[in-house]
Design a protein around this ligand. Structure first.
Ligand SMILES: Nc1ncnc2c1ncn2[C@@H]1O[C@H](COP(=O)(O)OP(=O)(O)O)[C@@H](O)[C@H]1O
Ligand SMILES: [Mg+2]
Length: 125
């Protein structure tokens, strides 16, 4: 899981080379009252589950709409050779998958990117 956060923080930092704000929030929620991020529960989480939710939001350059579908492709990068490998998000997704969790990436409301991670809590909280 450490790797997950390092990858996501690195992406946020690299997207904010002119400066910006990185916001990380964590919470424990019962899925009864949480609006589920679009298309994101992937059949793994259901209503009634208690989840640990982490949101990582930056105010960086954002991801253009047309590139959004490609960001989980291995070796897809918009960064210069030597800076980006294009492996951060595919590996991150893999780790979240192995934990049976979900990851949703979407444009943040004020520009930048918002990543939402959800992991099922061990003992139903
Ligand atoms: N927080 C972010 N802000 C803007 N673009 C991002 C962000 N996170 C990921 N991206 C885009 O997704 C691409 C793939 O990310 P990743 O798999 O981590 O590879 P890398 O960081 O090596 O380029 C990046 O090259 C970038 O275009
Ligand atoms: Mg990266």
């Amino acid at each position: 899981m450490e790797q997950v956060f390092i990858n996501l923080f690195m992406n946020a930092i690299q997207a904010m080379s002119q400066g910006g704000t990185l916001t990380v929030t964590t919470s424990v929620k019962c899925l009864y009252d949480t609006p589920l991020p679009d298309r994101s529960t992937q059949g793994r989480l259901s209503v009634g589950d208690t989840v640990v939710m982490a949101q990582i939001r930056d105010t960086g350059v954002g991801i253009p709409e047309e590139k959004l579908p490609r960001i989980f492709e291995p070796f897809f990068t918009t960064k210069p050779t030597g800076v980006g490998t294009g492996l951060g998000l595919p590996v991150t997704k893999q780790i979240i998958d192995l934990h049976g969790g979900t990851m949703d990436i979407k444009p943040a409301s004020k520009g930048g990117v918002q990543v939402t991670l959800m992991l099922k809590a061990e003992n139903g909280g």
